[in-house]
Design a protein around this ligand. Sequence first.
Ligand code: PLP
Length: 242
Amino acid sequence: MTHADPARVERVRANLAAVRGRIEAACAAAGRSPEEVSLVAVTKTYPASDVRILASLGVTDVGENRDQEAAPKAAETADLGLTWHFVGQLQTNKARSVASYADVVHSVDRARLARVLGDRAAAADRRLTCLVQVNLDEDSRAGVIGPRGGVDPNDALEIAARIDEHEALTLGGVMAVAPRGGDPGAAFARLRTVADRIRDRHPLATVISAGMSADLEAAVERGATHLRLGTALLGNREPIVG
Ligand SMILES: *Cc1c(COP(=O)(O)O)cnc(C)c1O
């Protein structure tokens, strides 16, 4: 923290306070305790210095969606003891790298990905918590918009079983991104039914990772346990080229 820009610290502090206020209000409206809702700060496109600022303000969980960016950032901030969440689409050829620093992978949507992640984690003598990413976008499942990651809700239980059977993996629960342009409340309600079905069979799989900066209230209302927040904490991102 020796060189942290004081203006940046104050901006992030104010953003974090505003986000905590939104979470508390959403929990109050839903009759839930704020302690049931964890915040994952998504730091993609922002530098490791922002990860340090977030940590200095009490954030314990950070998320990234690209291995090329996440791996060096996790290494640069390894002294902070943070919990790292991988939230992006994941190719199996990146599984070894991701398994070396991530604690939670939110985006498991193929049996093969579960197996490779588990094998890489075992080889590194690590354990990974994995969430089944559910695709709630009927248009993209029909191929109208194109793949956005996530398994068809009807196949979620099967992927959950593949995660659960691997000795190096812990089945945490489910994750989803609300479809663009749709009603996030309806989408998160669908996710909730998938989550309940998985939890019936795997009682410890209680995580529902849903809700981003624009729709966290709808996610809290529908039972989210983990919110993945980038913009609301760190500001609008520059578009990524390539
Ligand atoms: C970028 C990202 C987020 C954070 O989105 P914001 O709108 O900036 O809060 C959450 N989840 C995933 C999968 C992301 O890629």
